[in-house]
Write a protein that binds this ligand. Sequence first.
Ligand SMILES: [Zn+2]
Length: 497
Amino acid sequence: MLPAKLLLASFAAACTLAAQAQAPLVQRIAARVRPNDLKADVSFLASDALEGRATPSRGLDLAAEYIAAQFRRAGLEPAGDEGYFQNASYQSVKPNPEGLALTLDAAKAGEGTVAIQEAVASDLNRAAAFKIKLSDTAALDALTAEQVRGKVLLVEMPDAGAGGGGMAGFQAQRRILALAAKLEPAMLVMVRSAAQPANPNARVPLRDATAPAPKVPILNVWDKAIHDAVAAAKPGPIEATVSAHVAAPFVTPVKLRNVAGVLRGADPQLKDTYVIVTGHYDHLGVRPNAQGDSIYNGANDDASGTASVIAVAGALTELQEKPKRTIVFVTVFGEEVGGLGARWYTGHPIFPIAQTVADINLEQLGRTDDIEGPKVSQFNLTGFDYTDIAATFAKAGSLTGVQVIKHEKNSDSFFGRSDNATFADAGIPSTTLSVSYVFPDYHQPGDEWQKLDYDNLAKVDVTVALGVLDMANSAQAPQWNKENPKTARYVQVREKQ
Ligand SMILES: [Zn+2]
């Protein structure tokens, strides 16, 4: 890591040498993006007092208030439905085990061998059973809702020990959920040879209260007699019936909020188009562990991105000349539990999606001690070749001495791992900017504010601000790279808008 003095000297030199003509803008932005301000924001957001900002939690609410206060200080116009807050209606849905029962013919699941995965109230009396094989994708694709209407789908799940754990298990779960939604059987039962290992970090599931509620109850069962009967059966209708009782879950409304402010554009035409800058302000909260510190502070992930959204907003609002396009600053909740805040935004857009030209998402910008080695004066973009956004930031970086990097391995694989993916799914050219993808305290209690390099963070944020401003002032909006087959699904959504 370079000493701060050297860093600032090389930065100043880059400003004067690389671009005499634009030096004043760079300098004005750099004067407003102060390392100490970033440190102040990150140290508060990542303090133990905010208890790791779980979604939902009081720490998360306090963080939202703090961000709103900083947007107020910056002079951003509030863009939420309640000042800076875009309220989202969610529900926590806690399964109710009261009277839970499952019977396959004469085999009744023994005490403690059945668990609720998707809590939907249900009473079945001798419903027809139908076995499916998850690995037979052709047969599953051919299966119709008519064939399984009113029936219970039984699916034998691979053991965690036999390649059914980890990512494979996760993917199997996703396919189960997709099948339930598509076929709408009376019930779906995952049959296992042993109990699932308990997850100490399991949380009460959250549901978007405005979305249609799931209709299909999903159970896990590991009763031996039921398992053996299902294992012995052939895929298709089974000569057996299922009776079951699942009580209605406990549903509680949960208030969650994105924090949104706007810097209005000045160009008569372009002002109705939008560049959106995002970062998630939630993290993992408090979790039991053996490390003696149960608070997951999330300083780099993603108080650094949140503080950067605040810093870029502050720098751009202070410029005398307004941008041509409108710039929207949004910090979102629930990234760590499935991108909920970003999904709420694209489902309930404050500004029209079709007129939103880019999402620049900021994640993990503060730590330079990447496991691959120091990452000073540089940042990565995910989906580097998916859009022409990287070129804009490279131009900005040439003014600040910051290199814009394509990480050969992670550029594409991390595209789907942050909130930018949700904006991409909505058709909006997007990327996530990160200094480090994997750093020593990633998702650990040790991700604390003292470990960030704030001089470097300031330098990166000046570059981000310049790039965002360039996008906002350019007549040509960012575009998907249609030559890249990986963008096809996003282009398709975009072209329909
Ligand atoms: Zn993150």
